[in-house]
Design a protein around this ligand. Sequence first.
Ligand SMILES: [Zn+2]
Length: 351
Amino acid sequence: MEHQPPRRDVLGLPKAHLHLHFTGSMRPATLLELADKHRVRLPEALLGGTPPKLRATDERGWFRFQRLYDTARSVLRDEQDIRRLVRETAEDEVADGSRWLEIQIDPTSYAPRLGGLIPALELILDAVREASAATGVGIRVLVAANRMKSPMDARTLARLAVRYADQGVVGFGLSNDERRGLARDFDRAFLIARKGDLLAAPHGGELAGPESVRDCLDDLGAGRIGHGVRAAEDPRLLQRLADRQITCEVCPASNVSLGVYEEDSAVPLRTLFDAGVPLALGADDPLLFGSRLAAQYRLARDVHGFSDAELAELARQSVRGSRAPDSVQKELLGDIDAWLTTPITERTDAS
Ligand SMILES: [Zn+2]
């Protein structure tokens, strides 16, 4: 084992977390407790404590991933569950050095048990304010439509999101299998969102290639891309993302868990970074992929050879790509500089 120079603790590096899904942020232990509380039978894959093996690059694998996700979501049934999830997520963010979180949620699936779409979103926003006040991490919400549902449903969600734009909703997303249908089927929903001053942040360039990122830019007016990692396959697209400073919410552990790349070293983090594409590392669904935010920065360091200065730059990019107010961004950028200028006295990071 070659000698490693002392390095700063990535937990102490202030970051913004821009790609995290609501159910996917649940602690494994909480999933077990809530399943018990509501007598939900969990499949073997969710009981192990180790992340399930998934291969989402084919449709069956993706379907299996969605089934697991739906089961996990089904344990969130009442107000207490929602508040607990948000509170614990905020605590986990703090522990990982996250200072600003933008969490994605499709309220549709919770609505029937929580009294409808509006009460569901209002509860989530209230839980977010409560958890933010209790932990100090700034939290905002992206309402995400589901690509497997109709564009009309997406427009309903976009109108709902805009209505709560001054109460904690900052963006509008589009999730689920990007190989299905066309991005432009959802163009009107995104138009509603953008007119309402929401950030357009659809998923693209994960399960499908660079063309899906281009569709997000051209058809949906994306200001940020969920994943976007496969833009690395197209130098001209990389240039375009860099020129326009469109942040890609890259989730390295998720990519390997879902089989988008065979191993950690194959995630083209370097290609994207060196091309000048702003990145915001994200955990996506820690419940299913087994690692949270700080672990993504450790992968950048340990697998992709990012120096402390480069990790600090990644953190700056996450902050600049966020919807945090200018005053918050300024404070975080200052604290990132402070992290980088802290003298290293000993190796503090155990990873
Ligand atoms: Zn995602």
